[in-house]
Write a protein that binds this ligand. Structure first.
Ligand SMILES: Nc1ncnc2c1ncn2[C@@H]1O[C@H](COP(=O)(O)OP(=O)(O)O)[C@@H](O)[C@H]1O
Ligand SMILES: [Mg+2]
Length: 261
């Protein structure tokens, strides 16, 4: 008999905005799903939800807010992204900012833990409230760019998470070949551990956002996409669960399936 495993819940975090949290959350979720892991992507950026723009789902009229206010059941706020098979709890773009606190977060994550997912990827807003975070997440994935203000902010965040005994990893995003950038080695030394992913600056990212198609689907061979797929492989290796090897979903999924063979 198959034993049901709890999903592995990853909080995509940074104190700074614009470092690539949403882009990475979306592409990592799609990549994990295309590897056969049932994946739920949650837009928990309560002030500026933007997952919908990346996936062409900006019209979603139910989302996390309805779940937190207990106005809808979990299954009623999950939308299927038809092209990739990823399940998504969208932000509602026209709603006022709202607060996630310990009691409402715990109640929804308890339901999510019971749902049949291997990975849950949670996009968040810049900054953090610390209290409830270790109670609901398995780890924080800290996103930085190769510049000191961003690195300093994730180091600060990592110290806070250490105090809360929340596991964390770091991704360096938008690595270009600019003279003024910090070298990944310097960033790793400052953070105190190796990066789990180094993602290049790549024009496929803004192009994919404007097309509303995740980069890993739009161009699997783009350097950014290959680096995200490597990151998903790293999480696959960390996860004890075998992927379900679901049939690739939708047109893009089938296309991905052809390239994976
Ligand atoms: N690897 C990358 N290469 C090029 N542009 C990127 C990359 N990652 C993110 N961007 C760009 O940076 C901007 C901010 O990305 P976003 O994912 O919205 O960041 P955040 O969610 O942290 O605010 C977007 O305009 C996006 O196109
Ligand atoms: Mg964002």
């Amino acid at each position: 008999m198959a034993i049901k495993m709890a999903p592995y819940i990853i909080r995509i975090s940074s104190q700074k905005g614009g470092v690539g949290k949403t882009t990475i959350a979306v592409n990592l979720a799609v990549s994990l799903q295309s590897m056969g892991y049932r994946t739920l992507l949650i837009d928990a950026d309560t002030t500026n939800p933007s997952v919908g723009f990346h996936l062409g789902m900006e019209g979603a009229n139910v989302g996390l807010k309805d779940l937190l206010k207990k106005e809808r059941k979990l299954k009623d706020v999950i939308s299927l992204h038809g092209a990739t098979g990823v399940h998504v709890i969208c932000g509602t773009l026209n709603s006022q900012p709202f607060a996630i606190n310990e009691s409402n977060a715990k109640s929804i994550y308890e339901k999510i833990k019971d749902a049949n997912y291997s990975f849950v990827v949670v996009d968040t807003e810049p900054g953090y409230t610390t209290e409830y975070i270790p109670k609901v997440y398995d780890e924080a994935l800290l996103i930085t760019t190769p510049e000191m203000p961003a690195v300093a902010s994730i180091v600060r965040m990592s110290h806070a998470f250490d105090k809360l005994h929340l596991k964390h990893h770091m991704v360096i995003n938008k690595l270009g070949k600019h003279r003024y950038e910090l070298h990944p080695r310097e960033i790793e030394e400052t953070y105190g551990s190796k990066a789990v992913g180094i993602l290049p600056e790549d024009e496929i990212v803004p192009i994919s956002i404007s097309e509303h198609i995740p980069a890993v689907v739009l161009s699997r061979r783009a350097r950014f996409s290959m680096a995200v797929n490597d990151l998903a492989e790293t999480y696959s290796a960390m996860s004890s669960e075998e992927p379900e090897r679901e049939a690739p979903h939708g047109f893009w999924g089938r296309l991905l399936g052809i390239f994976r063979r």
